[in-house]
Write a protein that binds this ligand. Structure first.
Ligand SMILES: NC(=O)c1ccc[n+]([C@@H]2O[C@H](COP(=O)([O-])OP(=O)(O)OC[C@H]3O[C@@H](n4cnc5c(N)ncnc54)[C@H](O)[C@@H]3O)[C@@H](O)[C@H]2O)c1
Ligand SMILES: [Zn+2]
Ligand SMILES: [Zn+2]
Length: 345
């Protein structure tokens, strides 16, 4: 089968690889029909994720059709159309029982990281029963690729951890796919203001179309602009969706007394914590690796037409052109890419 293989920092290629086989009773093999590329795949290619070793098939998002199942898998049958969660979870360990699937002792974020991933014709999914979601008939399967990772991430790490409420004020720093996923799902709660902050005018334009109440260009004085928009108070919820020190420190400057800084970004270096300014402001800071506990709820909102993930897809490529897909995705400022869909069948 064809697969996108990581060969060490800066190196990847579309290779011929053997078909995966069932390795355990709780595994399933899924024939991938659609997959995509995540900002985190670019982090891997930069060498930021040492757990991902050369030779690994990349990718942790996708939909497909069940090809075979292990003896212990129930509730899934060959031929079922499924959504693949970026997080594998056994459903039984202490972390899983607490809903922290991201820290499953025999799972977590392993796909396309510690085990071969979804940017291939077939993928082995461990703990299949609790890591795959059957797709109800009639749903737009392509759009559901956005539910493998980015929508649960924007919602859980940003909106839920950030305690977005009706009438609250929200600032989202970073209008990439993840920040936009927070923007879309924050609207479930009717906040009074959602201010998007980015340095890419095209992405701010998209944010406006997706429901932002104001857009701020980070190349200017973002703090001054947000203070002007919030009556000099700051925001109840500052969501960090970039992953660099400057944007985390911007969130520290934007948060109002009693507010929350909800970090989503993957950080490779330290950021300064200004406790000398924050100690008396009754704020909270949260971090989270997405658990994907909200996936069933998000599926319902898509089914009911309350959430349209399709609008995040800007480009499509056949798997044979996966290298072009990476090129387009990694040049987002020029290509205006949000999510690039890779069509496998
Ligand atoms: N916590 C989790 O479980 C989890 C899951 C998935 C992704 N992530 C992380 O979330 C982050 C966002 O992912 P993405 O796919 O949207 O990334 P992305 O690179 O597509 O988007 C980042 C956005 O930030 C903007 N930006 C860069 N520097 C900026 C600055 N100084 N000020 C304002 N804006 C700036 C860019 O223009 C871009 O639009 C990444 O760090 C990713 O690794 C975390
Ligand atoms: Zn991802
Ligand atoms: Zn577990």
């Amino acid at each position: 089968m064809k697969a996108v293989v990581y060969h060490g920092p800066g190196e990847k290629s579309l290779d011929e690889r053997p078909m995966p086989e069932l390795a355990g009773a709780t595994d399933a093999i899924v024939k991938v029909t659609r997959t995509t590329i995540c900002g985190t795949d670019l982090h891997i290619l930069k060498g930021d994720v040492p757990s991902c070793e050369p030779g690994r098939i990349l990718g942790h998002e996708g939909v497909g059709i069940v090809h075979s199942v292990g003896q212990a898998v129930s509730g899934l049958a060959v031929g079922d159309h499924v959504l693949i969660s970026c997080i594998s979870s056994c459903g039984q360990c202490e972390y899983c029982r607490r809903g922290m699937y991201s820290h499953c002792t025999t799972g977590g974020w392993i796909l396309g990281n510690r085990i071969d991933g979804t940017q291939a014709e077939y993928v082995r999914i461990p703990h299949a029963q609790t890591s795959l979601y059957r797709i109800p008939a009639g749903l737009d399967e392509e759009a559901l690729v956005m539910l493998s990772d980015i929508l649960p991430t924007g919602f859980e790490c940003g909106v839920l951890n950030g305690k977005v409420e009706p009438g609250s004020t929200v600032a989202i720093v970073g209008a990439g796919p993840i920040g936009l996923a927070s923007l879309l799902t924050a609207q479930f709660y009717s906040p009074a203001q959602i201010i998007m902050i980015d340095q890419d005018p095209n992405r701010l334009e998209i944010a406006q179309q997706f429901g932002a109440t104001a857009c701020v260009d980070a190349r200017g004085d973002a703090v001054a602009q947000v203070m002007k928009l919030t009556g000099s108070v700051g925001v109840d919820c500052a969501i960090e969706a970039v992953g660099v020190p400057a944007t985390f420190e911007l969130c520290e400057a934007l948060v109002a007394p009693g507010g929350v800084i909800a970090n989503i970004g993957v950080h490779g270096v330290k950021a300064d914590l200004h406790l000398e300014k924050l100690w008396d402001r009754n704020i909270a800071i949260t971090t989270r690796l997405v658990d994907t506990v909200s996936t069933p709820m998000l599926l319902k909102t898509v089914r009911a037409g309350r959430l349209d993930p399709r609008k995040l897809i800007t480009h499509r490529f056949a798997l044979s052109r996966a290298m072009d897909a990476y090129d387009t995705f990694s040049r987002a400022a020029d290509s205006h890419a949000l999510k690039v869909l890779i069509e496998v069948d």
